[in-house]
Design a protein around this ligand. Structure first.
Ligand code: PEP
Ligand code: MG
Length: 885
């Protein structure tokens, strides 16, 4: 017997989401609960996966199982697909495990045919309606299933309107539409070289096949990549009996959310259209009416809808996004799923559900997508402006964006990827625009409502969106938008405010965001759960202050290299590099010391009471010197112009030194602690500056930081031993001179494979390890981190050779193994060794999940990722508990 690929609605439930997809499991569950849902069946994701794995060939038995399921369905409905009496009409929709709104295909009204169209006309009492459905079906089926161009149909429609003297589609009569249908079929068959089918059963098979194929379409791929959804999940296919929202004024269709998906408020949120078919609301072609007006139009259906919304939300204990259709006053639910929401809404809904007793705090934390919190850290428009909006549309996705106007998704994608801020302006967005939305600062559309694709996609990506600005006139050919009497051309700056719906001509100033009460409440629960510490990478006072404000528990990495740059510091650094003996070197560094001390004081003042890990100088010295070619040209020019001999000699000396410092692979050369080994005056000076700053802050503030001094790029025990001795001697000397005492620690970065492999030797001289996973990835994989993004790695990622960028998400199998080994070996000789990560991975939720499993003590990331890391650490802990139980 072949595997079971089909489930009737009555056979499924919510727990079967992986097999039936979100939509299939959702409608099955609603059926189970007695909510009115049109009948049907679901083809499993497994069938899609097997088809994908078998180059598009269906698994054995699938065709027969679909045919059998259809027969059962026909018997239950008392109708037959495409029959001349009591015909059954169905919709065929995709439904992935993770919702991917609008990314894949839908076919409506399948079953309408030459045989059944008259019966449909008779049943609806409306011949024109029947033929309108039929011609729309041919077009939808032709485009979606057979891949024909919409122009083919639109040209025929235009020709028909011209021939009949009709101004709009609605001027065409039933007879005209009948003629148009025949024409549509003729051209479809011609385009397909005779391969068109009029048989509804065959159409059903091909529609299922098309839905499978649509899993691989480019927009679905872009969406999955952006949301880290695995490519191999596949989609289910839902075949359901059609219900008609376009049967006149007592029919309608709509979308509703049980809470506001932008703000999280517990308020009615949704839209509907009377006399309209399913996709009309989300496609944004007609601007829909607010749900509250349904009460006046169809009160009974409204009451039932509100009741169903409450039931489903309580059942799923989460905000639901639902689709419904009302046919002649009777309500049918077509879909329910956990609603996509902004980060602000996610926090509010989670906090409110805890207050309402529906979920506990742990569940609230589980519900937060850490990555999404990034949205909250986006800027808003500075309220101190006097600009008047040129138009106000619907506030479809909150936040503010400023950028150059662009009128197509490709240009938006291209310019946005090149770093130019752009605002994508479209009549309406379709799922095909997703790559452009992703690279834009904001989206503006003329049509579509709060639940249109544009709004849903923008909210999912945290992009500000103003939708349904109906008075704007877009000319995509001229690349202009006319708003009132203002004409905006491509490249002109505009500002959109997705929180209010306002659009401004020109760029407005933005202000940094603030984290509200809900954030503080829910992150507090996350902090109670997590055991990984969260620190920040910061190397100046303002960054340190921001990090602390966002909840950093210390500074895990203070890079000190920038403290050698600047007007007064660089000349002293040059002096140090050009020095011919230790004394000259020390005197050059003595000039830098007070400046570094001032920098440290600024940081320590912000971080009093918390640990601060200062890393000694790391980059190769050539970074502080002029570039080789430039210096050679300078010398050449002086030689040719017969300049002052003293100046020429000095430049020649610099050139000689630049040549001496030149290395083929500087990242594998004289950098990190190797500098401190060659020039011990450098760690000596830095250690003194650090201690003096810590003491000065104590003097001034009555409190100072917990000092940690960190040696970079160690691979030998001897390196750390020597560097530690230098640091300890300098610190102790400073303390003795000041007559003060201060606890401090000396540790090392583990960022070379040998350091991880020999961590037990190195740990003998370390109070702490901080894994520098940036360099550790570079040196373990042998991939230059500076060139990675533009090099082959991008291609590896897009073509699936690697699943994730290893510089963004830790390579668990390789680099991760070294980190694990480093921790184990280090602790084996030094049980009190503290361990953390300070590479970029310290702020990446998936990497944090791994670091939790190997028992690191803390992660350190850039200040703006601190809130994300706090949630990610809590979720990592919960996941660890779940897998242990
Ligand atoms: C690292 O290598 O991971 C690290 C944090 O150091 P840097 O990025 O400064 O090389
Ligand atoms: Mg490094």
């Amino acid at each position: 017997m072949s595997e079971k690929y089909i489930y009737d609605l009555s056979e499924g439930d919510a727990s079967m989401k992986p097999l039936l997809g979100g939509k299939g499991a959702g409608v099955a569950e609603m059926t189970r609960l007695g909510v009115p849902v049109p009948d049907g069946f679901t083809v499993t994701t497994q069938a899609c996966i097997e088809t994908m794995n078998n180059n598009g060939e269906w698994p054995e038995g699938l065709r027969g199982q679909i045919a059998d399921a259809l027969t059962r369905f026909e018997q239950r409905a008392g109708r037959v697909l495409g029959a001349s009496t009591k015909p059954l009409l169905v919709s065929v929709r995709s439904g992935a495990v993770v919702s991917m709104p609008g990314m894949m295909d839908t076919i409506l009204n399948l079953g309408i045919s030459d045989e059944s169209v008259d019966a449909i006309a008779a049943e609806s009492g409306n011949e024109r309606f029947a033929w309108d459905c039929y011609r729309r079906f041919i077009q939808m089926y032709g485009e979606v299933v057979e891949g024909l161009s919409s122009h083919v149909y639109e040209d025929a429609l235009t020709a028909m309107k011209r021939a009949k003297g009709a101004e709009s589609d609605t001027d065409l009569s039933a007879a005209d539409l009948k003629e148009l249908t025949a024409e549509f079929k003729r051209i479809s068959n011609e385009e397909l070289g005779g391969n068109w089918t009029n048989d509804p059963r065959e159409q059903l098979f091909r529609a299922v096949e098309a839905v499978f194929r649509s899993w691989q379409n480019p927009r679905a791929q872009v969406y999955r990549k952006a949301n880290h959804i695995p490519d191999d999940l596949g989609t289910a296919v839902n075949v359901m009996q059609m219900v008609f929202g376009n049967r006149g004024d007592t029919s309608g269709t709509g979308v509703c959310f049980t809470r506001n998906p932008s703000t999280g408020e517990k308020a009615l949120y949704g839209e509907f259209l009377t006399n309209a078919q399913g996709e009309d609301v989300v496609a944004g072609i007609r601007t829909p009416r607010p749900l509250s007006e349904l009460r006046d139009v169809l009160p009974e259906a409204y009451d039932q809808l509100i009741k169903t919304m409450r039931t489903m939300e309580t059942h799923y204990r989460d905000m639901q996004d639902m689709e419904f259709t009302i046919e002649n006053g009777k309500l049918y639910m077509l879909q329910t799923r956990n609603g996509k929401r902004t980060a602000a809404a996610a926090l509010k809904v989670a906090a409110d559900l805890v207050d309402e007793g529906l979920i506990d705090k742990e569940e609230a934390v589980r519900r937060i997508e850490p990555e999404q919190l990034d949205q909250l850290l986006h800027p808003a428009i500075d309220p101190n402006h006097s600009a008047a909006p040129v138009v106000t549309g619907l506030p479809a996705s909150p936040g503010a964006g400023v950028g150059a106007a662009v009128f197509d998704a490709d240009t938006a994608a291209e310019k946005g990827a090149a770093g130019e801020p752009v605002i994508l302006i479209r009549f309406e967005t379709t799922p095909d625009d997703i790559h452009g939305v992703l690279q834009s600062q904001g989206v503006l559309t003329a049509h579509g409502g709060m639940t249109s694709h544009a709004a849903v996609v923008a909210r999912g990506f945290g992009k500000p969106c103003v939708a349904g600005a109906t008075t704007i006139k877009i000319n995509p050919d001229a690349k202009t938008v006319t708003i009132g009497d203002v004409v905006i051309h491509e490249g002109d700056q505009i500002t959109v405010n997705g929180s209010t719906g306002e659009v401004f001509n020109g760029p407005l100033a933005l202000i940094p965001p603030r984290l509200g009460e809900d954030f503080q409440k829910v992150v507090g629960w996350a902090d109670e759960i997590r055991d990984l510490g969260v620190e920040a990478n910061a190397d100046n006072g303002p960054d340190a202050a921001k990090a602390r404000e966002l909840g950093a528990e210390g500074i895990g990495l203070c890079r000190t290299e920038h403290m050698f740059f600047g007007e007064h510091r660089l000349p002293a650094m040059h002096e140090m590099i050009l020095a011919t003996n230790d004394e000259e070197r020390r005197s050059a560094l003595d000039k830098i010391l007070p400046m570094q001390q001032a920098d440290f004081e600024a940081i320590f003042t912000e971080m009093k009471g918390l640990p601060v890990t200062v890393r000694l100088l790391d980059p190769p010295l050539h970074e502080f010197m002029p570039d080789l070619v430039t210096q050679a040209l300078t010398v050449q020019e002086l030689e040719l112009t017969g300049a002052d001999p003293g100046e020429l000699a000095a430049e020649r000396t610099t050139l000689a030194q630049v040549k001496k410092l030149h290395e083929q692979n500087p990242m594998l050369g004289t950098r990190g602690c190797r500098l401190g080994m060659l020039y011990p005056q450098i760690p000596d000076m830095q250690a003194r500056a650090v201690v003096r700053a810590a003491l000065a802050v104590f003097e001034r503030e009555g409190e100072t930081v917990q000092l940690q001094i960190m040696i970079p790029l160690v691979h030998l025990q001897q390196e750390l031993k020597t560097q530690r001795e230098i640091v300890v001697a300098a610190v102790d000397d400073e303390l003795a001179k000041a007559g003060k005492q201060l606890d401090y620690k000396v540790g090392t970065m583990i960022e070379l494979p040998r350091a991880a492999l020999c961590a037990d030797q190195i740990a003998q001289y370390a109070d702490f390890f901080s894994f520098g996973t940036n360099d550790l990835t570079q040196t373990t994989l042998g991939i230059s981190r500076d060139d990675a993004e533009n090099g082959f790695l991008g291609w590896y990622e897009s073509s699936g050779v690697v699943k994730r960028d290893p510089f963004a998400t830790v390579d668990v199998d390789g680099v991760g193994q070294l980190v694990r080994m480093g921790v184990e070996k280090g602790r084996s000789v030094n049980p009190s060794l503290s361990t953390g990560v300070c590479g970029e991975h310290g702020g990446d939720p998936d990497s944090i999940a791994f670091f939790q499993t190997i028992g690191l003590d803390y992660v350190s990331c850039s200040p703006y990722r601190v809130p994300i890391a706090r949630f990610a650490a809590a979720k990592a802990k919960l996941a660890q508990q779940d897998s242990a139980s």
